[in-house]
Design a protein around this ligand. Structure first.
Ligand code: THU
Length: 130
């Protein structure tokens, strides 16, 4: 299995655990750390709506909290024809901790596309601005 395919497979698996009773929009994400370990995350919604956390941030925070710091790529998987790019908040977090990594978007129908983070987030605010 290619590096990208193994990330997509991991994101599909963890998507099964999504808690999305309000939107019914289930998202899975998986990030590969420099150690080679893959960390998955799914969206977890809340009745307050505003406390919902996206799949991407859960995957990255899981990895960070396990001591990982360098990341090679991230995959995001949803169902439906339109591929789902990370939301604005997740782009800020991906940039902070992963930098210009490939962002692999995929769906359950087998479609996928890969975009460099710098294209999704062309003028970031980051530590270089401080
Ligand atoms: N969501 C994600 O988990 N990741 C994204 O990239 C886009 C949005 C979730 C948040 C919420 O649970 C649902 O999708 C609808 O916005």
């Amino acid at each position: 299995m290619s590096d990208h395919e193994s990330l997509i497979t991991a994101a599909k698996q963890v998507r099964e655990n999504a808690h999305a009773p309000y939107s019914n929009f289930r998202v899975g994400a998986a990030v590969r750390a420099g150690s080679g370990r893959i960390f998955g995350g799914c969206n977890i919604e809340n009745a307050t709506f505003g406390l919902t956390v996206c799949a991407e941030r859960i995957a990255i925070f899981k990895a960070l909290s396990e001591g990982e710091r360098n990341f090679d790529a991230i995959a995001v998987v949803t169902d439906g024809e339109r591929l789902t790019p990370p939301c604005g908040a997740c782009r800020q977090i991906i940039w902070e901790f992963c930098g210009d990594i490939p962002v692999i978007l995929a769906n359950l129908g087998g479609q996928s596309e890969t975009t460099p983070m710098r294209e999704l987030f062309p003028k970031p605010f980051d530590s270089s601005n401080l």
